[in-house]
Structure formats: structure tokens, C-alpha cells
Write a protein that binds this ligand. Structure first.
Ligand code: F6R
Length: 610
């Protein structure tokens, strides 16, 4: 989604803004721009396309402005072009504004402003807000009041930053639904939609909550609610290092993050396994564990990859804890009238902790009186803060738009939760101890699979001219088939479908001929015999089969075209292994097809609009 960065201090703002925008590139965008105040005048530069294009257009420009705002846009209203790029200015060019979110009542406001003879340049909803601020400013020449009054008229979501050439020492930012982090340093302040944009300058941050605004000058920052009540904020430390958001020698963040998984899965388990007792410890949900255990029903809600992790959670918890589990897309949950009674615990899963649909599901569940747990990666994110309790993934910043390491950490955390709950109910200590042993071997087992990447690359090379893929799995590996297919479509732009293998014969089998590659997860587990039958069905129709199989399974070689082996492992943790070859397959195929793996077309890292 859109990215926001702002600066006020004593350094030249332009390089800081450009540097911040580059850090936000991973979120996905189609155009970018910056505005500064230089010699009491607003200077705005915008470009369609990459930040590097904006940067080259600024080469040689002498801009001493020490206050400024910058934006990467992911189009919602109006096509991606230079005019629609942010910042937007008002008629008298005193105000420049950047915005992340959607102003739902912009059409009504625009009509009102047009009647007052405001001139609009763009097709965006955002431009309405800057004209509205100008309109209120004309009444009292009070910057803060004008912003406040304008925001009070909005329906929708926003994270904004605004500057005014009459007030070159004040930057105002506000949030309702779209994240804003404030970076604090000596005599200077930073504003961003994501801490990655500012971590190079400061690690001291505060987060705005909904309906709050910050009025910032070079010596202080005042935070208030939109209706003018003072707010006290905690100053927190950004928990990750700069190197975590750099490519570290890899060609793409996605590959780096796939390769990091032995470590990130380890980090998700670190300090959470109790060997002696054969159980897990999850401090963040300690106080809620009894309500979870005695809940009549657990409802997971999430989007995309996180939703796939939730499906695996359903298999795990129902199998080992025997609590009924439901999994629902957050976007559906929020717009129907789900049955949530006192016995329902809702758990949401979100890497970013900012996904608009998932956040709305949290709020809806809370409104209905449910206890809501959050499983998030981004520390301090909105979902992490708004849920009653939760567990962090500790996977570190995920920059690649296609989620990889967050998925394996989500499944790891769900498996830890399963172990903890199972040990508090029917599971014995000795069985628990074998589970703990299996957990501990995970990083080493992932490492082994990563060593097959040359093989996976060579398989990917053979399928580069195909246009469809079918992914099949059964049981706990069915969600892995869905996730493998999602990885393939989002970064290689090839059509891919995931199916429970047995469902194939109820329709998709019609698609199978010698041109259809079928990826089958066929590990030696409780569904092995069944999946071999499904493989036969594909073979009979000449489909090309790539199997993800268990090391030592020579028989499968006689049945399929290509085999990628994963180590023999305990079934309940296999999804953490079987997804790795599928991530690599999608990655190498996309690279071979020349796709922009880290910034796939039309996609954004954190979907903060509905
Ligand atoms: C796919 C992907 C998306 C996200 C989805 C939810 O690779 O990244 O499908 O999983 O947008 O995002 P979070 O987990 O941040 O709520």
C-alpha cells in the first residue's frame, strides 16, 4: 500500500525523504513524490514509476528545505500517473499533503469545494482533504485547527502528513486506520507509515493510535486526539537492526527471506519450549490460556497467506486439542453477521498487523464481546495493540511482498500453541517431549531442503513456458498446496490453483493433459496411499507431475516426472518443510520469467485498504 515519510529538523530533508521512500519500495507502489518548504515556498516533485526516476529528476536540484514529506502511491482512486501521485497541493499552494487510506465521502466533499471554486488537478480522493484544510485555514489562519476541522469531516481511513508554507516549522501528521510511527531524535523528528523508513536515523519511536494527531516542531512533538484532548505516549525502541531490512548479498528479499527460515523458525521457538515438561510456553497468551482451553469454539480469521496458516492451525488444534475450530477470511467475517457467543475465542493472524480486513474483524469480534487473540509479526502493529492478548512471531521484518518466512513462523507458533493446549488437556508428558524434540530439529531439517535449491531451479527452468499449474495436497498439506499456488501466481503471474487432492476428480481433472504441470505434496504420512492414487489419476491423463516426497521414497520416482525430497519428519510439523520447495519453485520460475519478484505487479506488502 502507500508509504509515508516525513522529516523536520536541521538537516536537508530531500535526501532523508528519498532514502525513506527507497526503504518503503518493498510495499509496492506505482508513483512517488516529495514536498519540501524552501525559502518559504512549497516545492513539490512527483514522478510516475520508480523512486530512482524521482531521484534522477531531482539530481542537481538545490533544495535546502529542512522540513518535508514524501509518499509512494498504490493507486486506489485515479490511474497511476504523475498528476495523481502525492503530495497534493491546494489552490494557493500553501499546503502539501500525503495520505494513505481511503476517504469514503470524498465525492460529497469535492462537490462542496467545487461550489466554493476550488480547482482540482487530480482524480484522487486525497486532493479533497488538502483543499478542505485550505478552506478552514482561510477562516482563522490556524494550521492545526484547519487540519483538525478538516479531519473531523472525513469518513474513511487515513494516515496523513501535511506541511504549510506559512508555518515552515510545523509538520502535522494524523491517523485513523492507517499506521503512523513517529521517530524521535535530537532536534529532529521523523514520520513514517512503517519503521523501516526511519530506522536508519533513529530507533526511538512512538505510534499514533486511531483518531490522534501529532503537531511537531524542531524542539517538541505534541500529541492530541482529533477532538483536541491531550495524549501521553510511550517511547519505544525499534527492535530490529538495519541489516535485517537489507538484501545481504541476495538478489532479492524473497530469496533472502526463504533462506533465513532455519533462523526465523528457530527465533519463533526460542525460549518457548520446555523440554522437561514436554510443553510450550507462550507468555503473551498465558492469562488467556484457560479461556482458550474451555472455549466451545476457536475461530481463526486472516487473509491470504496468513489464512492458509490458520487452516493448518485448524488441523492441528482439532487433531490434538479437540476444540472445534473454524477459519474465516477476515474480509467475509467483517461483512456478515458471524455467530460469536461467550464461548467463542477469536484469533487473528497477520504478518503486518495492519491488514485492514483483519483489523476490522478484530473490531467486529470485540464488539460482539469475544476475547480476541492476535498472532502478528510486526511488533507494536495496530492488531498487536488492539487484541486482548497475543503471540509475536519474531521472524524479523519481512520485506519481500510474497510472504515466506512469516508463513513458516505462523505455523510454528500455531504448532506451539497446539502443544501447549494439548499438554493442558489429553496429551501425556512423554508424547509432549517427543513433540519438543521434533520442534528442535526443525531448523536443521529446513537447512537440508534449502540445499536442494539448484535442483528446484532446474525443475523451474523446465516449466517456464507453462501457463497453468495445479497444486494438490491432502490433510495438513492441503493448505500447503493452496499456499504453494498463491506463491506461484503472485510472483510469476501464472495461473495456479490449489486443491485437496481428492477434490480433483470433482472438476479440475478436466484440465489435466500433457500440458498441465501438477505439483503434488506426497509425503509419507497418514494420507500417502491416497495421494498415490491421485497421482495415478493425473498420470493416466498425461499430466506432468512434480512431487514433494519423503527422503528414501524411491517408489514415487516411478510414478512422477520430478521429485523434490524433504526429510522424514513428524506429520504435524511437515507443512513447515513442504512449503519450502514450493516457495523456491515459485521464486526461480518467476526469476526465469523476468518478473519483478520483490515488487510483483499490482501487489502491496501490507493491504491497509479494504
Ligand atoms: C501473500 C501475501 C498476502 C498476505 C495477506 C495478509 O504472499 O503476503 O496474501 O498474507 O495480505 O497479510 P498480513 O499477514 O500482513 O495480514
Amino acid at each position: 500500500m502507500c508509504g509515508i515519510v516525513g522529516y523536520i529538523g536541521n538537516q536537508k530533508s530531500m535526501p532523508i525523504l528519498i532514502g525513506g521512500l527507497k526503504r518503503l519500495e518493498y510495499r509496492g507502489y506505482d508513483s512517488a513524490g516529495i514536498a519540501t518548504i524552501c525559502n518559504a515556498k512549497l516545492v513539490i516533485n512527483k514522478q510516475k514509476g520508480k523512486i530512482s526516476e524521482l531521484e534522477s529528476s531531482l539530481r542537481g536540484v538545490n533544495n535546502d528545505g529542512t522540513i518535508g514529506i514524501g509518499h509512494t502511491r498504490w493507486a486506489t482512486h485515479g490511474e497511476p500517473n504523475t498528476i495523481n501521485a502525492h503530495p497534493h497541493a491546494c489552490c494557493n499552494r500553501k499546503f502539501a499533503l500525503i495520505h494513505n487510506g481511503i476517504i469514503e465521502n470524498y465525492a460529497i466533499l469535492k462537490k462542496e469545494l467545487l461550489e466554493k471554486k476550488h480547482q482540482f488537478e487530480s482524480q484522487t480522493d486525497t486532493e479533497v482533504l488538502v483543499h478542505l484544510i485550505e478552506d478552514y485555514y482561510k477562516q482563522r489562519s490556524d494550521f492545526e485547527l484547519a487540519v483538525r476541522k478538516a479531519l473531523q469531516r472525513l469518513d474513511g481511513t487515513y494516515g496523513i502528513a501535511v506541511i504549510c508554507s506559512d508555518e515552515p516549522d510545523i509538520l502535522i501528521t494524523a491517523r485513523n486506520g492507517s499506521p503512523i510511527v513517529l521517530g524521535i531524535s535530537d532536534g529532529e523528528y521523523f514520520v513514517a507509515s512503517d519503521p523501516t523508513a526511519i530506522v536508519a536515523h533513529t530507533r526511538q519511536v512512538s505510534y499514533l493510535d486511531d483518531n490522534e494527531m501529532a503537531i511537531i516542531n524542531r524542539s517538541k512533538m505534541v500529541i492530541k486526539t482529533i477532538d483536541d484532548r491531550p495524549v501521553e505516549k510511550r517511547v519505544e525502541q525499534i527492535a530490529f537492526d538495519l541489516e535485517k531490512i537489507e538484501k545481504g548479498g541476495y538478489p532479492h528479499f524473497m530469496l533472502k527471506e526463504i533462506m533465513e527460515q532455519p533462523q526465523t523458525v528457530y527465533d519463533s521457538m526460542r525460549g518457548r519450549l520446555l523440554e522437561e515438561e514436554g510443553t510450550a510456553k507462550l507468555g503473551g497468551i498465558e492469562h488467556e490460556i484457560h479461556s482458550l482451553l474451555h472455549s466451545g469454539r476457536l475461530l481463526f480469521s486472516a487473509c491470504g497467506t496468513s489464512w492458509h496458516a490458520a487452516l493448518i492451525g485448524e488441523y492441528l488444534i482439532e487433531e490434538y486439542v479437540r476444540i472445534p475450530v473454524e477459519v474465516e477470511y477476515a474480509s467475509e467475517f467483517r461483512y456478515r453477521n458471524p455467530i460469536i457467543d461467550r464461548n467463542t475465542v477469536v484469533a487473528v493472524i497477520s504478518q503486518s498487523g495492519e491488514t485492514a480486513d483483519t483489523l476490522a474483524a478484530v473490531r467486529e469480534a470485540k464488539r460482539k464481546g469475544a476475547k480476541v487473540l492476535g498472532i502478528c509479526n510486526v511488533v507494536g502493529s495496530t492488531i498487536a495493540r488492539e487484541t486482548d492478548a497475543g503471540v509475536y512471531l519474531h521472524a524479523g521484518p519481512e520485506i519481500g511482498v510474497a510472504s515466506t518466512k512469516a508463513f513458516t513462523s505462523q505455523v510454528t507458533v500455531l504448532a506451539l500453541m497446539t502443544l501447549l493446549l494439548a499438554r493442558m488437556s489429553a496429551m501425556s508428558a512423554s508424547v509432549g517431549r517427543t513433540f519438543v524434540k521434533d520442534f528442535k530439529q526443525l531448523p536443521e531439517q529446513i537447512e537440508k531442503i534449502l540445499k536442494s535449491r539448484e535442483l528446484i531451479k532446474s525443475i523451474a527452468d523446465r516449466f517456464v513456458h507453462k501457463s497453468n499449474f495445479l497444486y494438490l495436497g491432502r490433510g495438513i498439506n492441503f493448505p500447503v498446496a493452496l499456499e504453494g499456488a498463491l506463491k506461484m501466481k503472485e510472483i510469476s503471474y501464472l495461473h495456479a490453483e490449489g486443491y485437496p487432492a481428492a477434490e480433483m476428480k470433482h472438476g479440475p481433472i478436466a484440465l489435466i493433459d500433457e500440458n498441465m504441470p501438477v505439483v503434488v505434496i506426497a509425503t509419507k504420512d497418514s494420507t500417502y496411499e491416497k495421494i498415490i492414487s491421485n497421482i495415478e489419476e493425473v498420470r493416466a491423463r498425461k499430466g506432468k507431475i512434480i512431487a514433494i516426497a519423503t527422503e528414501g521414497d524411491d517408489y514415487i520416482k516411478t510414478k512422477v516426472d520430478y521429485v523434490i525430497y524433504v526429510p522424514q519428519f513428524s506429520e504435524f510439523l511437515t507443512p513447515i518443510l513442504t512449503i519450502i520447495p514450493l516457495q523456491l519453485l515459485a521464486y526461480y520460475l518467476a526469476v526465469k520469467r523476468g518478473c519483478n519478484v520483490d515488487q510483483p505487479r499490482n501487489l502491496a506488502k501490507s493491504v491497509t485498504v479494504e
